[in-house]
Write a protein that binds this ligand. Sequence first.
Ligand code: ADP
Ligand code: MG
Length: 354
Amino acid sequence: MFENKNRRTELSELGEFGLIDQLTKKIKLKNKSSIKGVGDDAAVIYYGTKQTLVTTDLLVEGVPFDMTYTPLKHLGYKAAIVNFSDIIAMNGIPKQLIIGIAASNRYSVEALEELYAGIYLACDKYGVDLVGGDTTSSVSGLFISITVTGEADKNEITYRDTAKNGNLICVSGDLGGAYMGLLLLEREKKVFKADKNMQPDLGGYDYILARQLKPEARIDVINHLKDIKIKPTAMIDISDGLASEILHICTCSKLGCNLYEEKIPIDVTTINIAEEFKIDPTVCALSGGEDYELLFTIEPDYFDKIKDIDGISVIGHLTAENEGVNLISRSGTSIPITAQGWDALLKKDNGKKS
Ligand code: ADP
Ligand code: MG
């Protein structure tokens, strides 16, 4: 499962420095801001007049990733992407990546090379340099810590607490797919555990599996918004589900909102499999998470500019704080979006979050 090559080189054969060299020897720095990468006590980066964005993410085997259905290359790719997405959600451009790994002897050199192949793939696609890291052993399992730095002009940065009453709420792409992909993988894992001869039946679900295993960060969206001269008043990436993210924007900005259920973009594959699992697709979008789409707010004057853009949906508007954070259902009822409210709705709809 861990390696697609037959060779297995023990970590102890290479030793720490040999391993670092093996994993980093092909690096060619792409960015002018990456002054010094791997090979000294610290990396050197220089953004001139720009501001520096920094974000970090720690992955621990078992929480949240499950090695039984996460190929290491996908894991590396996703681990990089989720950090890029955080920089992009600040309206910044990711530039450098630093990785810390702790691996047990269950992992071979080839396995870590697979992990790095995924990280390098993401770095190449998004123009990011791997400029450093740290390597140690672990008594059990794999730990991956990734830090990404990025740059933005001071007046381009988008915070969570700067949305204004009356702003439109927009979302990129479609929601809920990554969560359905996860449920599908978990279902097939159970089938596989019960009968080792059963091959997973994942045909026809490519889209949601890719949403779970190989997400993308929406740098194309922030670039497009810059091209058409729209600066979001606030922005956040959707890592924990639409409900949680809109609550963050509303709480930070001291506002309320109305989100319209019928406007929430959900792919037909997601709807179909949600029905198969007897879960309301809206619940998937609101509570699912890991879609890494962007949720942002804009001045209402931009409605005409934004309404016809493919892949961006206007799903509601901000209101005064005392009006609350609400979902307006298809039938027109207003349902408060709170953590608890959602638990209640999850029960009502028989939707389960694992
Ligand atoms: P130090 O003893 O100063 O921590 P290391 O020997 O750990 O130095 O690291 C040497 C160089 O290799 C540094 O530039 C460091 O950033 C880089 N490095 C260490 N581990 C990794 C790794 N797993 N991936 C990429 N670069 C690494
Ligand atoms: Mg070190």
